[in-house]
Ligand binder design. Structure first.
Ligand code: CA
Length: 227
């Protein structure tokens, strides 16, 4: 079965280039050029990955991302930003995107990012392990986080990050270690990605995200999981 990628891009030449590059690599590609259509496709169908431009007719990419996540869709999303859209990139990650690529990008960079994100999504969680801290239960086999039985929705990347912390409870993890363990060696990322995902986890798991009890920052070193 080919992995399915939804490309959301209104610039015809970029859309065609993406389709060609990804199809050559063996992916099944669907292209839409409008944000509203993109959101309905993400809600209706199960894609393995979405490449999402931000400036779109109909609905902008950030809204698409937020809506998809708020409706519980965990499909990995890579946002496509233009140079100078620094702020959007950060907002996109805050809204639940897994990664970003800045235009113009090379075919090599595109494929490296796509493969890294897909690999994270299909990683075999191994024999399921169940972790508990405070009133939260994490079941890695079922890919499920619950608080007093209520499901907490995490994206694949957030889940992986939490899992890495749980495997190293009580030990300080450096930003580089986290990047390597969660995003992989070929990821071309900045520390910012780690900060935004940790904030995300704090918002979802901590009672008071401003004064985190579990995901504790250790100044100048990294983060430690104290659950
Ligand atoms: Ca555009």
């Amino acid at each position: 079965m080919k992995e399915r990628i939804l490309v959301v891009e209104d610039e015809p030449t970029i859309a065609t280039g993406l389709r060609d590059d990804l199809e050559l690599e063996g992916f099944a590609v669907e292209v839409v050029d409008d944000g509203t259509a993109a959101l309905s496709r993400i809600l209706e169908e199960k894609f393995d990955l979405v490449l999402l431009d931000l400036m779109l007719p109909g609905m902008d990419g950030l809204t698409v991302c937020r809506e998809a996540r708020s409706k519980g869709r965990r499909t990995p999303i890579i946002i496509l930003t233009a140079k100078g859209q620094e702020v959007d990139k950060v907002v996109g990650l805050e809204l639940g995107a897994d990664d970003y690529i800045t235009k113009p990008f090379s075919r090599r960079e595109l494929l490296a990012r796509v493969k890294a994100v897909l690999r994270r999504g299909r990683e075999d969680p191994g024999p399921g392990k169940v972790y508990g801290f405070a009133d939260i239960t994490v079941d890695t086999g079922r890919f499920e986080v619950t608080r007093r039985g209520e499901k907490i929705e995490l994206t694949a990347t957030e889940f992986k990050l939490l899992q890495v912390f749980l495997e190293h409870r009580g030990r300080v993890m450096s930003i580089d270690e986290l990047l390597r363990e969660v995003w992989g060696r070929d990821a071309i990322l900045t520390d910012r990605v780690v900060y935004t995902h940790i904030n995300h986890l704090r918002n979802k798991l901590e009672e008071n995200p401003q004064e985190p009890r579990f995901l504790v920052g250790v100044r100048g070193v990294g983060y430690r999981f104290d659950g």
